[in-house]
Design a protein around this ligand. Structure first.
Ligand SMILES: *[C@@H]1O[C@H](CO)[C@@H](O)[C@H](O)[C@H]1NC(C)=O
Ligand SMILES: *[C@@H]1O[C@H](CO)[C@@H](O)[C@H](O)[C@H]1NC(C)=O
Length: 175
């Protein structure tokens, strides 16, 4: 369900480009719409950017990679999200292992599931690659909840555009 929602909501603002994300938990690459056992996501993944394109003249100085999960629908258009990891200041034009700065520490799906008390058996998480205009110094976010993710990102020197989204599902318990 959450995978479906994020695809619908975010496809509206996806930009085409040749930049792409490579997210790995250990040696496991997170593939779009894949399922990962919960224990595999205990530690923060590595983030690489595989390339960079002009992005239709946006000329970002940096990229941010934001991991989040969807909460509830608010009204008919906005879906509240919960940000579980944010790596900012990844220099645009860089290739390979991300050189960014962690501005919001990793909160594992296990910890997130417990904190938010998800009742479903499975829950989805997303990684978004977002152009960032200028340096993000912070401090940021004393609350990981974001009623409108694009607006939150814009508040922190990112554009509200999502260049790429990678969604995965994990279980809410180890069993
Ligand atoms: C959770 O995901 C696993 C792996 O894809 C699947 O086998 C299982 O049926 C899912 N459970 C529910 C309740 O959707
Ligand atoms: C956004 O960028 C401006 C200009 O570089 C900087 O002064 C400001 O502190 C940044 N905002 C945040 C939240 O880091």
């Amino acid at each position: 369900m959450a995978v479906f929602l994020s695809a619908v909501v975010l496809s509206l603002c996806l930009l085409s480009s040749h930049a792409s994300l490579l997210i790995k938990y250990g040696s496991t690459t997170v593939k779009e719409n894949s399922f990962l056992p919960l224990h595999m996501t205990d530690r923060a993944p590595t983030i690489d950017i595989q390339g960079y394109d002009d992005l239709r003249g946006l000329h970002p100085s940096y990229f941010s990679v934001v991991m989040f999960t969807w909460l509830d629908m608010i009204g008919f258009q906005f879906y509240e999200s919960y940000i579980t990891y944010w790596v900012a200041n990844i220099p645009a034009g860089s290739f390979g292992p991300g050189k960014g700065k962690v501005v919001l520490p990793y909160m594992s799906p296990l910890a997130t599931n417990k904190f938010l008390q998800f009742s479903a058996q499975n829950n989805s998480y997303s990684f978004a690659l977002v152009p960032q205009g200028s340096n993000l110094v912070g401090p940021i976010l004393d609350n990981r909840r974001s009623p409108a993710l694009a607006k939150t990102l814009q508040h922190y020197n990112c554009t509200g555009d999502f260049i790429e989204i990678i969604d995965f599902t994990t279980s809410t318990s180890q069993s």
